[in-house]
Design a protein around this ligand. Sequence first.
Ligand code: ADP
Ligand code: MG
Length: 230
Amino acid sequence: MISIENVVKTYANGDINLTALKGVSLHIERGEFTSIMGPSGCGKSTLMNILGCLDKMSLGRYILNSKDVSNLTDDELAFIRNKELGFIFQSFNLLPRMTVLENVVLPMIYAGIAPQERRKKALEALEKVNLTDRIKHKPNEISGGQKQRVAIARAIANNPAVILADEPTGNLDTQVTLEIMKILQQLNNEGATILMVTHEPDVAKYTKRIVKLRDGLIISDSKVEDRVVL
Ligand SMILES: Nc1ncnc2c1ncn2[C@@H]1O[C@H](COP(=O)(O)OP(=O)(O)O)[C@@H](O)[C@H]1O
Ligand SMILES: [Mg+2]
């Protein structure tokens, strides 16, 4: 589903170049549920931004869902992003003036899905995260856990090839973290391919594979032997 080879990312800040990824290769099959771990500044978000077609790599090759997306224009990347990827962020990134339902529908407007179809898909996604009774609320009228469930519904509604989550439980307490991880495990059981950044081993143990980064390189990649199913 995802295949990257020797990805290098260098940020240029004035005279100083900082190489955040120093040659990263990673292969993710359909149906995997993988954690990306590592200390602050090791390149986790940089990697997610490249995999999410939000940023371009400096060198390397990226195949997403059988398409080479290594050298696309910004417009082409935006199209791929809408069609193939679902995003979940630590800070939810919901639009405050829109209702829960409108937040879930919005990316499908950009993706060119017809109005009836996108409403149907949004309602189905909101049902999966058990939020059918909150669709007319605004984000400031629901809890943090509910906000993240809205963000999950938004990410899955258009049936993306891959769901990318950057510290999805970083702002949530233990109880709500379990709720979110249970939903992600259920989606994975139904076939979703999920890639999640976390710095917490307690969260990574709910996934199937852990890839560890350090200083811009992968230093380990292993199956979670004692995975906890919620
Ligand atoms: N837009 C940017 N411009 C310059 N340097 C950046 C930028 N984004 C990240 N970096 C640097 O790249 C390195 C990796 O950052 P990041 O991918 O955010 O790490 P992590 O998510 O693992 O904490 C850090 O040294 C960070 O300061
Ligand atoms: Mg980060």
